[in-house]
Design a protein around this ligand. Sequence first.
Ligand code: COA
Length: 318
Amino acid sequence: MIYSRIAGTGSYLPQKVVTNFDLEKIVDTSDEWIRSRTGIERRHVAADGETTVDLAEHAARRALEAAGLAPGDVDFIAFGTTTPDLVFPNCGVLLQQRRGCRGGPAVSVETACAGFMYALSIADKYVRCGESKRALVIGAETLSRITDWSDRATAVLFADGAGAVVLEPSATPGVLSTHLHADGQYKDMLYCAVGVSKGFTGKLAITMTGSEVFKVAVTKLGETVDEALAANGLDRSALDWLVPHQANIRIIQATARKLDIPMERVIVTVQEHGNTSAASVPLALDVAVRDGRIRRGELLLLEAFGGGFTWGSALVRY
Ligand code: COA
């Protein structure tokens, strides 16, 4: 039996910081409202001309360095993003060209905030079946480009960033299992109405029914965490860390409460960067690995939820 294991992690946030106080000057909101409803204190926004692949390139370099690998070692790229640089080539291919790891397959997955979970699941299967020896898994976004900065309901939430992991084969886990879901009946609760083959006007903006998203997110995330544990015959108490999607502190707390996981065992970084969509789980993972909280051998539950709705989890022995 071959498993995939995380050989290295990396992340990157663009330099420009937008605080809640900065937003107070743009829309009718307050630092107090944003903090109390979302836990967010600041977010990072890409500079003019800085793209999703630019952010991903930094995160990928750091993940490869952490794994002790060179770009040429990578033979598969799975890239989760909803804000690609181009319609095509996909972001995986653009990153491959930048990093000089040409030749292997490179795919981009467009499942909103669950993009990294989907990319991780796909890459895990490539490694498990022996088709990839070194897979680069990315979650990266420039959501600021599809945020309507005059809409206070969404402008305070979304932001930019990138995270990456390198997967390699291992005789022992590694990634124990991944669990993906989608339910298109919820498509109208969180979406970007404009696409290439529909209604293209050049203006993009996220539309969201926040309170309904909140309820479904907490339910589905709780279910998928239990699903991952049940699939491996494990109890919640076996978990060392929950690494949740960093959308909103109240969703994170509600999910942790529902699962009876103390907040001391939950990685929270949302205050630093807001909701970076597909980037948020690998960003939080990398922060906690680098600050020494997450250690080799510990059991992690990664989970994310996004527009569609799409959601998923992964149980990982780090
Ligand atoms: N600043 C100040 N007031 C705001 C505001 C803002 N940025 N955004 C909304 N409000 C106002 C509303 O207009 C409303 O005012 P009213 O009572 O006078 O009508 C009031 O705050 C409450 O709005 P509501 O939408 O009910 O707030 P909420 O408690 O549900 O919090 C969210 C809003 C968005 C923070 C919350 O619903 C949420 O976190 N949803 C999940 C969103 C998410 O994570 N999406 C991504 C998933 S991947």
